[in-house]
Design a protein around this ligand. Structure first.
Ligand code: GLU
Length: 524
């Protein structure tokens, strides 16, 4: 601790008088009135223009913990790094949240939710710390800090602004005034009283208690260039006044945990409970080894990929949910819960390291999910995707909704035998492409029995029921000394160009007499 600054000096240091006292802030953002055990969580992305699958994973934990405890889930935009800002980045985040069904509840009372709009709040807390001698203005210039770093490196010391290297931590009022008169704008640093020889015990909901050496660095709380807070200070202030109970964030923040504990202690505030999530790994297709996902190498690293490629968002959530709570798959298969939202997730069980995201596994979840969709929903999703992301051909495929619906209805009426060959909306449209004349490519390689085709077409009647239809195939086969299966196979390839198709009778029903005849005539 050092001597605190006077109110006048604080006003000069911060460029304006603080708007609120600490007591006023406490009253302005009172503890939330929620039922006991309710989680208050937030997803706090920096708007970089890219939403990583790991962000979605974290946001899902936040959402789920709030949802299952009747708590509150917020979206906070961490836009204090003005250099990194990208226009349209917030829309990318909001669009992803909406697409994946992660609804946030930003109660105005605890806002604003853009950090760039909370400057007055940060400055008011900084004023308190300056007044108590727990923080100080620092006038070190970048070149001077470089000098310090060089000296430290040469002498084999840890780098940073601490102890004797923190030139300005004990400036007198007169010295501070001289700097200000000189037109210099300070940063505000914490007056750290930590000693790295001591240990600080911190808690992580998954890892339990972890000890770190105490921090002795005089962390920057408010930056000099724009008066905005650093991540550390914004986290302290926002998560206290937004009354966050659980902070879910990437494990890259784990080394900062002792700093955050120190900051909360300095304020006399209770820290939230932290949950540091593991990065998502994948199996490298070349080496077969598990590695971190890479923005450069892996398309699926970008959440947008799942939207543009038409992955069912609910299936992505189910799969991510199962990574988070490995018992979910079992509970679902046993019919104990219908979907992930009904399953209780336990923070303690979140994987601590090496969580694996495997596209093959996702395919399984997607197939299972689509198989359970009622046809109208399937149609709605496919159409919605095609309108937003589909090619011109895809858009033509959805033009006749009745035809599309009849195609997608094939083999979906028997719950025990629902086809499981649809994975994404895009692939679904690809899969059914041969039903559309403008996309149909006759199979020229297949060795057709044209006699069988000629014979069958003479007897074909679109109004036949399945038995009558099959009888005609049997008759054709008998006449020509073939097996009925051979005749059916010929028809299959004629109809859709391939040997593997859904139920042939229904395929022909959906195609209709005109197409059936045209396709047979094309071959004979
Ligand atoms: N803006 C930080 C990030 O994107 C947030 C970390 C946190 O959730 O506290 O990593």
């Amino acid at each position: 601790m050092r001597d605190g600054l006077s109110k006048d000096l604080i006003t000069r240091v911060l460029g304006a008088a603080p708007k609120w006292t600490l007591e006023e802030l406490e009253a302005k953002f009172p503890p939330r009135q929620l039922e006991e055990g309710a989680f208050v969580t937030r997803f706090a992305p920096s708007p970089t223009g890219f939403m990583h699958i790991g962000n979605l994973y974290g946001a899902l934990i936040d959402y789920k913990l709030a949802q299952q405890s009747n708590g509150v889930f917020m979206l906070r935009i961490e836009d204090t790094d003005t250099k990194r800002e990208v226009s349209g980045a917030v829309e990318i985040v909001k669009n992803a949240m909406a697409s994946f069904g992660l609804q946030y509840n930003n109660d105005e009372k605890y806002g604003p939710y853009y950090q760039s709009k909370r400057k007055d709040i940060y400055h008011s807390v900084a004023a308190y710390l300056l007044e108590k001698g727990l923080a100080y203005p620092c006038f070190l210039k970048p070149t001077e800090m470089d000098e310090i770093r060089k000296k430290q490196t040469a002498a084999g010391f840890a780098t940073g602004i601490y102890g004797e290297f923190a030139r300005d931590r004990d400036l007198t009022d007169e010295e501070i005034i001289a700097h200000l008169d000189n037109g210099e704008v300070p940063s505000i640093r914490l007056y750290s009283n930590g000693n790295p020889e001591n240990r600080i015990y911190c808690k992580d909901a998954v890892r339990g208690s972890i000890s770190f050496p105490e921090n002795n660095e005089d962390l920057v709380l408010i930056k000099s260039n724009d008066g905005l807070p650093t991540y550390h200070f914004a986290h302290l202030v926002d998560d206290h006044f937004m009354r966050t109970t659980h902070v879910v964030r990437g494990e890259e923040w784990l080394p900062s945990l002792p700093l955050h504990y120190q900051l909360f202690r300095t304020m006399g505030w209770m820290p939230p409970l932290y949950i540091h999530t593991s990065t998502l790994d994948k199996i490298d297709s070349e080496t077969g080894k598990q590695r971190k996902m890479s923005k450069r190498k892996d398309a699926e690293c970008n959440v947008d990929f799942f939207l543009t490629e038409g992955w069912p968002t609910e299936a992505v959530i189910e799969y991510l949910g199962n990574i988070l709570a490995s018992g979910y798959e079992d509970a679902k298969m046993k019919g104990m819960v219908k979907n992930y939202w009904e399953y209780e997730m336990k923070p303690k069980k979140i994987p601590m390291s090496g969580a694996l995201f495997d596209m093959k596994k996702l395919e399984w979840w997607a197939k299972e999910y689509i198989a359970t969709l009622p046809v109208p929903d399937l149609v709605k999703f496919v159409v919605g995707w095609a309108k937003e992301y589909g090619s011109d051909d895809n858009k033509k495929q959805i033009a006749d909704i009745d035809y599309l619906t009849s195609i997608l209805s094939i083999e979906r009426d028997n719950p025990k035998r629902i086809r499981k060959d649809f994975i994404t909306w895009k692939q679904t449209l690809n899969e059914i492409a041969p039903f559309f004349d403008f996309l149909f490519v006759p199979n020229k390689e297949y060795e057709y029995n044209t006699d069988a085709l000629r014979e069958f077409i003479m007897t074909f009647d679109e109004n036949d029921d399945k038995d009558a239809w099959w009888q005609k195939i049997v008759c054709t086969a008998e006449k020509l000394g073939l097996k009925p299966g051979d005749v059916a196979m010929n028809l299959r390839v004629v109809m859709l160009g391939r040997t593997n198709t859904p139920d042939l009778y229904f395929v022909m029903q959906v195609l209709g007499a005109e197409r059936v005849r045209a396709r047979i005539n094309m071959i004979i």
